[in-house]
Design a protein around this ligand. Structure first.
Ligand SMILES: Cc1ncc(C[n+]2csc(CCOP(=O)(O)OP(=O)(O)O)c2C)c(N)n1
Ligand code: SF4
Length: 241
């Protein structure tokens, strides 16, 4: 097997569970920041959630606002330091549950900031509870009989919700195989180029596995994304201005 050298900013092994998608995304982001030569021009807004563990493997400036306040924190950061890239790696819980108001407010203002939302369809760090993105029928630690529309409403699809907004970029991707990893890398770069060119708000949702809370092996969880999750959450580029 051929392995590529990790970029210099990745200074340690990651601490995610085996097979977690967060580590794959962090490596992609590390490569993009390095190739764009913007590591020292970037401040990552780190949400509370499993994603925050990027700080234990990536040497990059970061701030940690309260859980879910990414939209407000990124807005402040970018307005105070417009010379720095303002981006977040956050979970679907942080972006679409507790943080939905801030996320939408930043989007409707078309703030020049970038969201990378890791959608694993659960609250990973706190034990796999139901999130807005949990699919109808999905069993989680807080929906043992499966999510029902009657009790919990429809699941949250960011493309349906943000699709009509005047934002710069909206895309969804996954990291289930080398082709999807390569595609994700392109979309991550594109989103950051939107910010570089002052086009406004960009959001890339990444379908990532949480084998621990899904009760699956790493290969099973990748298959589950290809066969189930990405059928529910269509991959593609939906806004590109
Ligand atoms: C104000 C506040 N409410 C609740 C919590 C508990 N909490 C920590 S992380 C989290 C959700 C994590 O899920 P997600 O954002 O999807 O990220 P993941 O861990 O799945 O990557 C919650 C509810 C908190 N830390 N702060
Ligand atoms: S609990 Fe899930 S999201 Fe968190 S590190 Fe483990 S696999 Fe990743």
């Amino acid at each position: 097997m051929v392995s590529r050298k990790a970029p210099e900013l990745m200074y340690a092994e990651n601490r995610f569970c085996a097979g977690c998608g967060h580590g794959i995304f962090d490596r992609i982001l590390g490569e993009v920041l390095t190739e764009m030569d913007i590591v020292s021009d970037t401040i990552i807004c780190s949400d509370i959630g499993c994603n925050h563990q990027f700080q234990f493997c990536m040497r990059v400036d970061a701030i940690v606002p309260p859980h879910g306040k990414m939209g407000a924190a990124l807005t402040a950061q970018k307005r105070v330091r417009p010379d720095k890239y303002a981006l977040t790696i956050c979970g679907d819980g942080g972006a679409y549950a507790i943080g939905l108001g801030e996320t939408m407010a930043a989007a409707t203002r078309n703030e020049n900031v970038t969201f990378f939302v890791m959608n694993n369809t659960v609250y990973g760090m706190t034990g796999g509870q139901m999130a807005p993105t949990s699919m109808i029928g999905q069993t989680t630690s807080s929906s043992k009989s499966g999510r029902s529309v009657e009790d919990s409403g429809e699941n949250f699809d960011v493309v349906k919700v943000m699709g009509g907004l005047n934002i710069a970029y909206l895309a969804r991707t996954s990291v289930t195989n080398p082709a999807n990893v390569a595609k994700t890398k392109k979309l991550v770069r594109k989103a950051l180029e939107k910010q570089r060119d002052n086009k406004g708000f960009s959001l890339v949702e990444v379908l990532v596995p949480c084998p621990t809370n899904w009760g699956m092996s790493a290969p099973q969880s990748m298959k589950h994304i290809d066969e189930v999750v990405s059928k529910q959450y269509e991959l593609g580029e939906f806004i590109d201005r």
